[in-house]
Design a protein around this ligand. Sequence first.
Ligand code: UDX
Length: 450
Amino acid sequence: MKITVIGGGYVGLTTGICFSYVGHDVDIVEKDHARFSALELGKLPIYEPGLDDLLQKSRSRITFSNKVNRALLNGSELIVIAVGTPPKDDGDADLTFLHAAVEEVISYLDRSAQAVVAIKSTVPVGTNDMLAEKFGLILAGHRVQFVSNPEFLREGHAVYDTLYPDRIVVGARDRDAVGVLREAYGPILQRSFVKPDFITDGTEKDLPYFIVTTPKSAELVKYASNAFLALKISYINEIAMLCEKVGANVRDVALGMGTDSRIGRSFLNAGIGWGGSCFPKDTSALIRTSEKHGSELSIVRAAVKVNDNMKDYFVKNVESTLGDLQGKTVAVLGLSFKPNTDDVRDSPAMELVDRLVKKGAVVKATDPIAIENARKVLPESDKVIYEEDVYKALEDVDCVLITTEWPHWSKLNFERMARIVRQKLIFDGRNCLDKELLEGLGFFYKGVGR
Ligand code: UDX
């Protein structure tokens, strides 16, 4: 099948490259000059494990364009829109890029075109219907259909999530359009592609569900899923704070809860809170949608509030042991919003660095891959020092904060760490280090809820 993907961000690139890997001919349109130049040279402008491997294996079936290619577009049976929908100040999703992309596609489509336009960008409920109405007149006579096809991939696991999804959700008004999506996802639905070498686990999982519904329901599936995951984390974080008060261990509580198959073990890791490019923006957008429709959605509001409180709570914990942070030097280990990504968008770690600096601390921050992006958000200064070498970041600090659970941290040489820090204090905001081991080396260790 021939497919055009508009937008070469995380979602567009992963979708486009995976579609080509499973056998389709794909053109990915990316307008940003720097990103496009990198792609043209066969280099990925994002860090995503395994994606480069798939790109190299699919080179013959994939092209990159810096503007819509009329011939390729008109030859495409499926056009996937995967442009950003960032939050506006009021929390609403900003659809400027989406409208521009759709308008451009429409302007390039010949009257004889027969295409399905799948909206993969996360868009508020009603957007697909609005697009159909807005462009319905222009499209009269064309066989063009808008379909909602939300994306559920996680950064850091994007290839796995795309090739081995739990479900494909399609919101469509037209049966033929559903058929086009079913065909595009055919190799993924039947798992008929060659398993990439770097994927080692979980491939025995059940084949994906193919869920067909209305555009509005499909749009809501995406928001409702992300908000549910966010509130699951906020719930365990609130239980973690209770654990501290009553003297229980949240890791054991989460295990005891999560082994109930109705609850499930995942997204019950307590810590400094959720961040990233999806949960914060999607919970805000869902709350805005509920406001517009006179519904309260109090449970999502509570999840957001708990999440905001986690950073205060963590800093207060540090202050209660270390005292006034003015003039103290603090090592911050981890800047990305989670491991296996260089993405620092809405990262709780970055928020913490900012708060510590505002309280007068000097922060020595490190991360295996996110320093370059972190510098763009919080430039280096006499208060924020970025260190590529984790041991340099640990030298002469008054305390160590673990803010992203990179596997690197549990492999550190803790004897060496004990020798080079000024004070042996560790605040593990991700509960990823061995408490007993550290206490055995004379560290004061404080996790979240344990
Ligand atoms: C999320 C959704 O999982 C994905 O389906 C959707 O398409 C996009 O949004 P992503 O933002 O890449 O994916 O990251 P995810 O792995 O879900 O983590 C989000 C945040 O929650 C991170 O800050 C992470 O550290 C935090 N988290 C996750 C926890 O604090 N505890 C957990 O148990 C799980």
